[in-house]
Design a protein around this ligand. Structure first.
Ligand code: MTE
Length: 337
């Protein structure tokens, strides 16, 4: 995030108009998923099928997760014509600053995080506030597999098969009051197991906080994930509960959530607090608005190496414009980055 990127992504092609203008010509589907690759014949859930994705390290699923998995709606949303990132890359090239700033730190240190038992608090402007054991919190929801692109603000990207449920389903459940305008998420704060919270990396004021406008949170693409690659979330990817908002830069997708609050005012988010000129509240993927220190026109799709950098053009809203562009009509996306 604050680290200078290697030159492969310091592209000077930000002036080139990419495909993104197709947005203005297309009918925007608003809150529908109809434009996405939704599989006509969802796969029957075979939780125990280790071959679902290659090289997936088996975890130890909590009982509630194992029970839900066979009823999962597989490939509820897919990405057409793009390969799924190998499990090993998705789990060993991570940003989870609570465990350190190097990409390998989360895989190395997050094993110490105890995710059972786990409590989630829902509070603020809601008719039904509560403090839930995760298994109770999850009771009303069917799992769906959502295969989404993930585009980090640092200009790398992946394609990940998440398991989760729509955030809108939770919102319906907790009944936001008329005062609720934003949703605020908070990650666990536990310096005993999170070395990044003990270290001198004092720029971050813990806990890690992220937020969405309520209408963004209601968009069907926004999910709370509890798993990936057909298994529960590995700790380094934000176990046991994380947000996934695929049209925004990855830093919005807050990990290891312990508190969800409905609030009246726009929350003060972690990266905005550190460098407001570099990381905005909206953080919508936008190839036309560069980060002050690098271009956002292109991205490195992992796995990527010196001899096969696997660089591709970044798409407006990370390719989800049909589903989300209407949320921002009339908003200057250059100012509201
Ligand atoms: N959530 C917390 N709590 N702490 C973090 O440091 N990093 C964010 C996001 N969520 C982060 C976080 C960033 S910058 C990115 S790109 C994604 O997590 C990375 O998710 P991944 O490691 O599962 O790919």
């Amino acid at each position: 995030m604050l680290i200078k990127l290697p030159s492969t992504s310091d592209s000077k092609e930000s002036d080139v108009t990419p495909e993104s203008f197709y947005l203005s010509r297309r009918t925007l589907l608003g809150s529908s998923l109809a434009g996405l690759a939704v599989s006509a014949f969802p796969r029957i859930g075979r939780a125990q099928d280790a071959g679902m994705y290659p090289d997936v390290e088996a975890g130890t699923p909590p009982a509630w997760f194992a029970e839900k998995l066979p009823k999962t709606k597989w490939q509820a949303v897919n990405v057409q014509g793009e390969s799924i990132t190998p499990f090993n890359d998705a789990t060993h090239y991570n940003n989870f600053y609570e465990f350190g700033t190097a990409k390998g730190d989360p895989a190395q240190y997050a094993g110490a995080l105890k995710t059972e038992p786990w409590t989630v608090v829902v509070d603020g402007e809601v008719g039904k506030p509560g403090r839930y054991a995760l298994e109770d919190f999850m009771k009303p929801y069917q799992l769906e597999e959502r295969i989404y692109r993930l585009r980090c603000v640092e200009a790398w990207s992946m394609v990940i098969p998440w398991l989760g449920f729509p955030l809108s389903a939770l919102l319906k459940q907790v009944e936001p009051t008329s005062k609720a305008k934003f949703i605020r998420f908070e990650t666990l704060q536990d310096p005993k197991v999170m070395p990044g919270q003990r270290s001198g990396f004092a720029l971050i004021e813990w806990p890690y906080v992220e937020g969405l406008r309520l209408d963004e949170a209601m968009n069907p693409l926004a999910i709370l994930a509890v798993g990936m690659y057909g298994r529960e979330l590995p700790n380094q990817n934000g176990a046991p509960l994380r947000l996934v908002v695929p049209w925004k830069y990855g830093f919005k997708s807050v990990k290891s959530i312990v508190r969800i609050s409905l609030v009246e005012d726009q929350p003060k988010t972690t990266w905005q607090s550190i460098a407001a000129d570099e990381y905005g509240f909206y953080a919508n993927v936008n190839p036309q608005v560069d980060h002050p220190r690098w271009s956002q026109a292109r991205e490195r799709r992992l796995p990527s190496g010196l001899f096969s950098p696997n660089v591709r053009e970044t798409q407006m809203f990370n390719g989800y414009g049909n589903e989300v562009a209407s949320l921002y009509s009339g908003l200057d996306l250059r100012k509201n980055y």
